[in-house]
Ligand binder design. Structure first.
Ligand code: ATP
Ligand code: MG
Ligand code: MG
Length: 380
């Protein structure tokens, strides 16, 4: 069975690695070069996209910003999962908010913006500070502004206007202003839904972002009430989208109430810990779902933390000597802040995880790996 993945980055690579023991052959479409490639070796095939679509048993995606013509081609094959609507929704914050409203899942108060007057209204009706985001682009905190005082309106508007003007009639560009939520912490839920509508949901993950980029995730801390809220949101959204595959939802936790930040119609960085923390990782479960195989267990086996390696070409090899530490490299050339790989670290309980994170922090400088030492202190 061959699975075609739209996108040839680290998520496709890890889906390929997870698919191999299932006897799934994975090829990727590199949207930049418009070539079919092997997601692990980078080998370029002469196959055209049309041929790869015809040859594939199922098609999926590792990201949501996919050219419309490619999406349409894949959809007409009737073997594209999670489907065009889910990908479009995940790639457009305006559609995402409409879905949340339709399913009555709570999010931050917001206003859509296509002209300056809307921004001025948002400052009054939502209050300051505001988080302003492009609706159709942006990841890792890119394409965002923070508006803290009225004298920023002019300057931020001029940048927003450039983005809006670069849209077209068939693909308009819009902006969203959200109230800045004074959250206690950020969490995410990762779950999977199969073609018959069965779901399996992983335990909630607590996430730390630095400058808008995920730096650290910890799984295994959750109380059942919060887990239940997140699972309810997952089931509502996945069912509404008639979703097939792994779906991730990011939340703000405000005094025990979850507000959705955004959804990702794919495997997600905050689910990388499942490679060591569970019996069946998010990558394997996504492959299983799109291939029409039974879903695997999402139960926590080991409490696990994940540390992102950002911009670093190497890590001290001694960390592999710490119990239950694994490294996962993406085979990319180092650039500042680029996601190069991640480290997973597991333990029998949270106290032991804290001790192991303390060991890890001795090798990882705070400026490059923020939050590791603080997380360790909080767990011990
Ligand atoms: P990702 O790489 O997760 O797709 P992104 O570029 O889509 O990132 P968001 O997840 O929307 O960006 O925002 C990045 C981070 O900025 C959030 O994880 C959160 O820390 C902060 N943030 C975003 N929106 C808000 C908000 N309304 N209130 C407070 N903080 C926010
Ligand atoms: Mg996003
Ligand atoms: Mg996000």
């Amino acid at each position: 069975m061959t699975i075609l993945i739209l996108g040839a980055g680290q998520l496709a690579r890890m889906m390929c690695l997870a698919g191999a023991p299932l006897n799934l052959n994975v090829v990727a479409y590199d949207v930049g070069s418009k070539k079919i490639v092997h997601p692990l070796t980078g080998q370029i095939y002469t196959t055209t996209l049309e041929q790869a679509i015809a040859d594939a048993h199922a098609i999926t995606a590792e990201f949501e910003h996919i050219p419309d013509d490619v999406l349409t081609l894949c959809c007409t094959s009737n073997k594209f999962y999670p489907g065009k609507a889910a990908i479009k929704t995940g790639g457009d914050r305006a559609l995402e908010k409409a879905l949340l409203s339709k399913t009555a899942v709570k999010c931050a108060p917001y206003q859509l913006i296509t002209e300056k007057a809307h921004l001025e209204q948002a400052v009054v009706s939502l209050g300051k500070p505001l988080v302003i985001k492009t609706c159709q682009a942006g990841y890792d905190g890119k394409g965002q502004w923070r508006l803290k005082s009225d004298d920023q309106i002019e300057q931020i508007w001029s940048q927003m206007a450039d983005f809006i003007a670069s849209g077209t009639e068939s693909a308009p560009h819009t902006i969203i202003a959200e109230q800045m939520i004074p959250f206690d912490r950020e969490v995410s839920i990762i779950g999977v839904r199969d073609k018959s509508g069965n779901t399996a949901i992983y335990p909630l993950t607590e996430n730390q972002h630095t400058n808008g980029v995920l730096t650290l995730s910890i799984a295994g801390k959750e109380k059942s009430a919060i887990q239940q809220q997140a699972e309810e949101a997952f089931n509502k959204l996945a069912n509404e989208l008639d979703y097939v595959g792994v779906l991730a939802i990011e939340f703000f936790d405000v005094a025990g109430q979850l507000l959705v930040n955004e959804i990702a119609p794919r495997v997600h960085n905050s689910g990388h810990w499942t490679q060591q923390g569970t019996h069946c990782s998010q990558f394997e479960n996504h492959m299983r779902a799109v291939a029409g195989l039974p879903l695997g267990s999402t139960q926590l086996q080991r409490v696990t933390a994940m540390v992102n390696v950002l911009g670093q070409a190497a890590i001290p090899q001694q960390i592999l000597g710490i119990a239950e530490v694994t490294s996962h490299w993406y085979g990319k050339t180092a650039k500042p802040d680029r996601k190069m790989g991640h480290i997973n670290i597991s333990a029998a309980n949270l106290h032991e995880l804290g001790e192991r994170l303390a060991q890890l922090s001795e090798y990882l400088p705070e400026e490059d790996y923020p939050g590791v030492l603080a997380a360790s202190t909080a767990l011990i």
